[in-house]
Each structure stands twice: as structure tokens, then as C-alpha cells.
Design a binder for this molecule. Structure first.
Ligand code: AMP
Length: 445
């Protein structure tokens, strides 16, 4: 998963402003980030490195004034490691003009496309599918919108992109619309960002959510375009976990969506409890919804440190376990002697939750009932969410009772799949169903 930002400015914007917007998307990727742009006096500038947005740009140490620029914050998906050559943006030149690309999503036919390009003698400098998009774009002819229309016939999977082509910005949300993209305006400047919250928190006026299969070429004017082939498949896991709760994506408020899911969970639950405790931050809004409907008081029985990195991406189980313990701290005052409903957004491997249940018990809880705001994750994502292999997914290899035993909870309840799918007709829910609406490697739709 990744966060992307782009701007085209008549009078020029400082890089620091672009960085502010990118920081608003830091939750979408913490591994690496970078930017590329053209300054108001025509210089090509750029920098990318491993690390958080603020660290990377502190290392860069300049604040050029940019006419066009794109930026990226990266969270690599399965199979990839921390490779510096995969850090975005990807940059190239056609006829002396710069083309550059940042990408959110995963191509499902990358291997095929890469082999085809390599047969033609094209050399890849990374193992990233995003580079393939740029190389294919360069091979096409015509205006940016024509090139992207042709690419949409060939690329499969998720590929929301922002590009620089000469002094133009090109924005495009793929024909499935897996990943979000918003447009904003500030005077005559046109902005794009993965989530509207990132624009709003930088005081940029939010204009519209870019439609599925829709794009813009922004030069002296704004030229919209759409591609013919379309299939609406926004990623429902964006609503479950990924997006910022103050964002609106796919026409919905993320906050409201999580609140309602928590409410439904409470309606289908029969457990007797004394206190509802969220796993912060991802479980908090679900827990508020649950508490509101059940009448069981909400308390912050776990406190989260904001200075410790992500536990999910730690390579070994033991490292993840230790990171959980240094990130979440139980509050004995809230937990001691209580029957606790512990609420989180999702359960993937289950190792995080097992550790949390242990900590909650060590702090004196009498019973621990785990409640999950989404259905069981039973299948990997091929469209840009980092999920482990099927074998590592708790719900793919264990029954509900076995999961309960594994995470050492008194009971476990997920949001029922049919409740989840209600009002989600045109969403991708394949991680919860194992049915893929488009062709993915080794799995047919
Ligand atoms: P685990 O069950 O130990 O694999 O961890 C699941 C927890 O990690 C969930 O409760 C989420 O809050 C969080 N999570 C779920 N999916 C992802 C993801 N793709 N990347 C990072 N964190 C995630």
C-alpha cells in the first residue's frame, strides 16, 4: 500500500508544502519515500530514500519551488524487501522531456508484462511493477491520455498513478478503482492525493474524488478523460483498516463506516461484559460503535505509544511480539477483575491479538472476548494490500474455535460476511471470500 501526491502550480509551490501533504498519507506506507519535480526555473530535482517522510526529506535538506511535482510514500507488498532501487518515483526521459511516475496498487500481470518487455531488450532497474507501467507508457505514442487509454487495455490489477510528462501532471485511477484518489485546488494550482484528509489538513480545497477509470491531464488547462472498459472494485480493506478515519473514500466516510460496523457487531453479539476496550488506533472507532449499541462502557484499557514502528511488517514472529509489547500498554485500573470485550479492525495472522490478550489478562482481566470489525481474512490480496500467504492467515487454516484457542481468548466473534457485504455490491471483498473478480496469479476469477 502506498500514498501518492502530485501538484501542478502556475506560480510554484515549495517542496515543503508537498511534503506536508505527503505526511498526511504517512499511514499508507512507512518504508520509503521520495519526490521528483521541475522547478519554476526549469530545473529537474528529486530525492528518494528509505525511511519516514520527515526523515527522508530532512536528509534532502532543500526546499525548491516547484511547477510540477509528484511524491510517494511506500509500503511494499508481499515478496518485496527493502530494496532501495524500488523506491518511487520512477523517472525516465522521452525525447528529452522528463516522464516520472508514482503508483499505488499492484499489477496482477506484472510477470507477464516484464517478460514481454525483457524479450524486446528492455532492461529493468528494479523489481517493482510500477517501473513496468512507466516503461510501457514510454513505448506508447500520443498524448498522455491516449497512452493511458492504451495501457488500460494491457495492465491488469490495481494501478492508480500520478505522472509527470514534461510540464504536465497526469492523474489516473485504474478501470477497477481499487485505490482511492482525490483532486484538490488551491487558487490556480491543481493537487492530487490518495486521500482527501491529506489535502484538507494542508488547507487545500477538496474538489472531487477521481472516478473509476477516469483521469486528468493538467497542463495550462485541465483535460479530463475516461477509459472505456470499467469494472467497479474499490478495495473494502481500505475502509476496514488502511484509510485515515477522517477521510472520505469511495463515496463514504471512513469514520462512519467503522462506527456502523462496530454497531452491527454489537447487535449480533450476546456476550455479557463490563467494559469495551479498543486495540488502538485501528480498533477504536469500531469499539465506540460497539459500546454505543451494547451499552457496555467504552474505556481506553490499552494505551498506544506513538513512537514505536509498525509491528505488522516485522519479519519474525518474535520481533512482532516484542514490538506489540513495546507499543501497547495495558491499564490495570480499567482491566482488573473485568469481563473485557476487546475490539480490533481485523485479524490477519492472529499473532498480534494473541499477545494483546495475554497482556490484558496479565493486567487482571477476568474474561477476554475478542471482537473483530471485519469478517475472517481467508485469502491473500493481489491488489496492493500486504497480506501474508494463505498458509499464514489464521482464518484460512483454523476454525473459529481453533482461532479462539490460538489467541487464548474466552470467545471470538467476527463481523458476519453477509452483514459486511450489505451495501458493498461493487467492492472488492476477495480477501474475505477467496473469490477474485479479476484474474490473479494462479487463481482464476
Ligand atoms: P496479525 O493478526 O498479527 O497479523 O495483525 C493484524 C493487525 O494488523 C490488524 O488488527 C490490523 O490492525 C493490522 N493490519 C491488518 N492488515 C494490515 C496490513 N496489510 N498492514 C499493516 N497492518 C495491518
Amino acid at each position: 500500500m502506498c500514498g501518492i501526491v502530485g501538484v501542478r502550480s502556475k506560480r510554484g509551490v515549495h517542496l515543503s508544502r508537498l511534503i506536508t501533504v505527503l505526511q498526511g498519507l504517512q499511514h499508507r506506507g512507512q518504508e520509503a519515500s521520495g519526490f521528483v519535480g521541475i522547478t519554476v526555473d526549469g530545473r529537474e530535482v528529486g530525492f528518494k530514500d528509505l525511511g519516514l517522510v520527515s526523515d527522508v526529506f530532512r536528509r534532502y535538506g532543500h526546499d525548491p519551488i516547484l511547477r510540477v511535482a509528484i511524491a510517494h510514500t511506500r509500503y511494499s507488498t508481499h515478496g518485496e524487501t527493502y530494496r532501495p532501487e524500488n523506491v518511487q518515483p520512477f523517472v525516465g526521459f522521452i525525447d528529452g522531456r522528463m516522464i516520472a511516475l508514482v503508483h499505488n496498487g499492484n499489477l496482477t500481470n506484472y510477470t507477464y508484462l516484464r517478460q514481454e518487455l525483457e524479450r524486446e531488450g528492455v532492461i529493468f532497474r528494479s523489481t517493482s511493477d510500477s517501473e513496468a507501467i512507466l516503461l510501457l507508457y514510454a513505448k506508447e505514442t500520443g498524448e498522455p491520455d491516449e497512452r493511458l487509454k492504451k495501457l488500460s487495455e494491457r495492465l491488469e490489477g490495481a494501478w492508480t498513478v500520478l505522472m509527470i510528462d514534461g510540464d504536465r501532471i497526469v492523474a489516473f485511477r485504474d478501470p477497477y478503482g481499487f485505490r482511492p484518489l482525490w483532486m484538490g485546488r488551491e487558487g490556480e494550482d491543481v493537487w492530487f492525493a490518495s486521500e482527501d484528509s491529506a489535502l484538507r489538513s494542508a488547507d487545500i480545497e477538496v474538489v472531487e474524488e477521481v472516478g473509476i477509470g477516469k483521469g486528468y491531464v493538467v497542463g495550462e488547462g485541465l483535460k479530463p478523460f475516461t477509459v472505456g472498459k470499467k469494472l467497479s472494485l474499490p478495495c473494502s480493506f481500505e475502509l476496514v483498516y488502511f484509510a485515515r478515519p477522517d477521510s472520505n473514500i469511495f463515496g463514504r466516510s471512513v469514520y462512519e463506516w467503522r462506527l456502523r460496523a462496530g454497531e452491527i457487531l454489537a447487535k449480533v453479539d450476546e456476550v455479557e461484559a463490563d467494559v469495551v476496550v479498543p486495540v488502538p488506533d485501528s480498533g477504536t472507532i469500531y469499539a465506540i460503535g460497539y459500546s454505543g449499541v451494547s451499552g457496555v462502557p467504552f474505556q481506553m484499557g490499552l494505551i498506544r505509544s506513538h513512537y514505536v514502528g509498525r509491528s505488522f511488517i516485522q519479519p519474525s514472529q518474535d520481533m512482532r511480539r516484542r514490538t506489540v509489547r513495546s507499543k501497547l500498554f495495558p491499564v490495570p485500573f480499567v482491566l482488573r477483575g473485568q469481563r473485557v470485550v476487546l475490539v480490533d479492525d481485523s485479524l490477519v495472522r492472529g499473532t498480534t491479538m494473541r499477545e494483546i490478550v495475554r497482556m490484558v489478562r496479565e493486567a487482571g482481566a477476568r474474561e477476554v472476548h475478542v471482537r473483530i470489525g471485519s469478517p475472517p481474512v481467508i485469502s491473500p490480496c493481489y491488489f496492493g494490500i500486504d497480506t501474508p500467504t494463505k498458509e499464514e492467515l489464521a482464518a484460512a487454516r483454523m476454525s473459529l474455535e481453533e482461532i479462539g484457542r490460538f489467541i487464548e481468548a474466552d470467545s471470538v466473534l467476527y463481523l458476519p460476511l453477509d452483514e459486511y457485504k450489505r451495501n458493498m455490491e461493487n467492492f472488492c471483498v476477495s480477501c474475505f471470500t477467496g473469490r477474485y473478480p479479476v484474474r490473479v496469479p494462479n487463481v482464476q476469477p
